[in-house]
Design a binder for this molecule. Structure first.
Ligand code: FAD
Length: 508
């Protein structure tokens, strides 16, 4: 969407310097925002967070991506302490099962494949190797991917080599509690209660939250973390919602928790069904499960039954239905209110990007934090960056649906035929015709992610870069084999994921 033309010289609230920050909502978004603002600028601000025990949180959102390590590092969060407190496990990627076609699986890992040349990515050399029948699977050349396949993990598997690139699976409720203790340690005041009304200044800016018990919480800057209700940004300020359901077919989910019946694998499982997909997120003490589906192609009862038939362990919770609309608010910062988390939009959980977007909101706000009143240029810049980032993530997720060879169900046939964003169409053409990928500013997913998913979904480039032709067969074979053998050697030395969790001192 187009953002309103910048009004750089304007001042939204000229006489209102930001001293009091009010966070509405205490889900993952609310507490991540509280933790970050309090840790970085807490000594300058009065920070209050309002949450309602009666309403509760969405209770899902347990798979993350490696940027979470950056967030924790900025906040000074100790990894062992955090993992023990949230029953977390390590995650090296996502296994996509039957996404390309029935019975065909691949892993999108957090690692880099092979070695790039500055003129051309590794995929060009692999492509040439494959043409000459010298190369193995693309996954054989990525340490994180092979470690995931073998169910192994270590921070630094080879003392002379690099550290693994990884993320976590975590218990969302425990994470909220952990961040609450962290935030309160930095002065955040939590108020339990239900917001009954949002009060505004005569000029339209937000003034205060009135709770059901009559309490009035005044603020200068409001962070709307009220989940899909979007009480402040959507309902009060009326910022429209941009619907992306023509690109992202799923609009519903059923979630359920089960007991663990085997050692946790270090990856998320995403299993495609005829009308959507199923997730499995292994924590230390339990497994998070769910199906994400399109109500246009299946009814809730059938999706729920399929989920219950595909569960491994004993059921610990009742199935919970969650409805959503894929898309985003046209702007996420309006007046003196910033929407974060589900209040700002939601694509769908396929690539575990929502918690990442929350932390990007937190970091971006720290970088653009107002000093003597909110400046429109900062608001525009914040919205521009969030908008671009969200559109890139959208394209990456649409890629998985569109680039399928499945022909067994209407959802997949329609996805193959659907009109895709121009930005994605260009990327697909570039890769198909010449094996190239490009990375845009503010883009989350790097070349490796695009290549692993495009090849995984069955898109093979028509040609490779001429640099790959500079190597003869013997040299190319040696180059590929050296990488593959080094990875195999390293993976064989690594402990299993469960052994490592115990050795690291975080297993319960
Ligand atoms: P919520 O958890 O809904 O919190 C809203 C808060 O607002 C609550 O505290 C509530 O009490 C409060 N509130 C609301 N109204 C009022 C009121 N009137 N008065 C007072 N308080 C109020 N993200 C990932 O990164 N990885 C994943 O694997 C992933 N999986 C997902 C799977 C599904 C099916 C869905 C739907 C989402 C998933 N997400 C995932 C997204 C993730 O769940 C959210 O981004 C994350 O939980 C943040 O939610 P939230 O804090 O915005 O909202």
């Amino acid at each position: 969407s187009e953002i309103a033309a910048p009004r750089s010289d304007a001042l939204v609230s000229p006489r209102r310097p930001v001293r009091r920050v009010v966070i509405a909502g205490g889900g993952t978004a609310g507490w991540m925002m509280a933790a970050c603002i309090a840790k970085i600028l807490g000594r300058l601000l009065d920070i209050r967070l309002v949450e309602s025990d009666e309403i509760g949180t969405v209770g899902v959102g347990e798979a993350t991506i490696p940027t979470m390590l950056t967030f924790h590092r900025l906040l000074g969060i100790d990894e062992r302490e955090f993992m023990a407190a949230t029953q977390a496990t390590f995650k090296l990627g996502i296994q996509f099962e039957s996404w390309r076609d029935l019975g065909q699986d691949y892993i999108h890992s957090f690692g880099e494949s092979g070695r790039d040349h500055w003129t051309a990515g590794f995929q060009h050399f692999w492509h040439k190797g494959r043409e000459r029948v010298l190369a193995g699977d693309y996954g054989d050349y990525c340490l994180e991917l092979r470690a995931a396949q073998e169910g192994r993990f270590a921070h630094q598997p080879d003392p002379r080599g690099d550290e693994l690139n990884y993320a976590f699976h975590l218990d969302a409720t425990l994470y909220g509690g952990y961040l609450r203790r962290f935030s309160e340690g930095f002065g955040v005041r939590r108020i339990e209660g239900k917001i009954a009304e949002v009060l505004r200044h005569p000029d339209g800016d937000l003034h205060a939250l009135r709770l059901q018990d009559g309490a009035v919480i005044e603020g200068d800057l409001f962070i709307d973390c009220t989940g899909m209700r979007s009480l402040l940004l959507g309902q009060t300020l009326g910022v429209p919602y941009e619907d992306w359901s023509h690109w992202l077919p799923c609009d519903s989910a059923v979630a359920v928790q089960t007991a663990s019946v085997r050692e946790p694998v270090p990856y998320t499982r995403s299993i495609a069904h005829p009308w959507g997909w199923q997730w499995q997120i292994p924590l230390q003490h339990r497994v998070g499960n769910g199906v994400v589906f399109s109500s246009r192609y299946v009814d809730e009862a059938q999706a729920r039954d399929t989920l219950l038939r595909h569960l491994d362990g004993e059921r610990l919770t009742e199935p919970r239905v969650i409805r959503f609309q894929p898309g985003q608010r046209e702007v996420v910062w309006s007046r003196n209110c910033i929407g974060v988390g589900l209040a700002s939009g939601f694509l769908e959980p396929l690539e575990s990007t929502s918690i990442h977007l929350i932390q990007r909101s937190a970091i971006r706000l720290m970088q653009l934090f107002p000093k003597d009143g909110i400046r429109q240029s900062d608001v525009d810049e914040y919205n521009r960056q969030m908008n671009e980032e969200m559109a890139h993530i959208r394209d990456f997720i649409v890629l998985h649906y569109h680039l399928t060879q499945r022909d067994d169900a209407p959802l997949w046939r329609d996805c193959r035929r659907m009109d895709i964003p121009d930005t994605l169409r260009h990327r697909l053409a570039l890769f198909r015709e010449s094996g190239r990928v490009v990375r845009m500013p503010f883009e989350l997913f790097a070349d490796n992610s695009w290549v692993q998913v495009m090849l995984g979904q069955g898109l093979m480039p028509e040609q490779h870069h001429p640099s790959a032709d500079l190597m003869g067969d013997a040299e190319l074979s040696q180059f590929l084999e050296d990488i593959r053998q080094r990875i195999e050697h390293t993976v064989r030395q690594m402990p299993t994921h469960a052994q490592y969790l115990a050795r690291y001192g975080v297993a319960s």
